[in-house]
Write a protein that binds this ligand. Structure first.
Ligand code: IPE
Ligand code: IPE
Ligand code: MG
Length: 257
């Protein structure tokens, strides 16, 4: 049987894949284990998927690891997750460098415990010269937080006379988002059967293709990633136009009137 990987068209890879890594707690529960057991096993999936994206030549991979709302989980789970983050980040830096992967973070990272933040900033610095896959970790992130910050910073710039409100465009507004240096995700995957966005990249996902799978995150592997990419490649992305316009290659009228 032909492998899933060999069926992927390298010319139409999604340049940016975003993943909501969900289902660790349920995975652990099935085995009669503590939720943290699920988070520990989720790290294996992160490794596999990061490697899979790097091998394929995907440009950007955003992973939703911890949301603003996740701070409201039981204290033991939050501290266990933060501990796991420090350990994983420290341990993975040599592998990231070996694979030419550059680490980035988006979110309110100043809320992270000191040692987690220090490990993260060190890893970002130590991988900053890499030019392959950009791995973007969303930590203490939510879209509504991001947009609130954007509004605040934009207001400050107007007040300081650095920005004329009349000149604001989509492009200049986007400069106030945490994702200003990255293209929009083209494919968004959520594991564990939930079909919602949970405050992840609400603005940036405007035209992303969404892929939902019942697979729980600790069971997610490269093959599942290939399946999602193949599904993406089977879709027609119209961006508001008609199918006929796309096949004839005609440009739209907007802005030409
Ligand atoms: C995703 O798994 C990881 C985080 C949100 C940190 P969950 O912990 O949400 O697992 P479920 O959804 O409860 O199974
Ligand atoms: C979304 O998962 C956040 C992350 C995967 C980090 P949640 O498990 O927190 O989302 P809800 O509560 O099911 O929407
Ligand atoms: Mg969940």
């Amino acid at each position: 049987m032909e492998s899933l990987k060999s069926m992927i068209d390298p010319a139409s890879l999604p340049n940016h894949i975003a993943i909501i890594m969900d289902g660790n707690g349920r995975w652990a529960k099935v085995q009669g284990q503590d939720r943290l057991f699920g988070h520990y096993h989720g790290v294996e999936s992160v490794r596999d998927v990061v490697e899979g994206c790097a091998e394929l030549g995907v440009g950007y991979l955003s992973l939703y690891a911890f949301s603003t709302e996740n701070w409201d989980r039981p204290a033991g789970e939050v501290s266990g997750l933060m501990e796991l983050l420090v350990q994983t980040i420290r341990k993975e830096v040599p592998t990231l460098n070996k694979n030419n992967i550059r680490l980035h973070a988006i979110g309110n990272i100043s809320m992270l415990p000191d040692d987690t933040l220090a490990a993260l900033e060190e890893a970002i610095l130590e991988t900053s010269k890499n030019s392959g896959l950009n791995l973007i970790m969303a930590l203490s992130y939510s879209s509504r937080w991001e947009m609130g910050e954007a509004a605040k910073n934009l207001g400050r710039d107007v007040k300081a006379g650095k920005l004329d409100p009349e000149t604001i465009t989509q492009e200049s507004f986007e400069q106030y988002l945490c994702t200003r240096n990255y293209p929009d995700p083209e494919l968004m995957i959520r594991t564990s059967g939930e079909r919602r966005i949970s405050n992840f990249l609400l603005y940036q996902l405007a035209y992303a293709e969404l892929f939902f799978t019942p697979v729980l995150w600790p069971d997610f592997r490269k093959e599942n990633l290939y399946e999602a990419i193949l599904d993406f490649q089977s879709r027609e992305r119209r961006f508001g136009k008609t199918s006929e316009q796309l096949s004839s290659g005609k440009a739209g009228n907007r802005g030409n009137a």
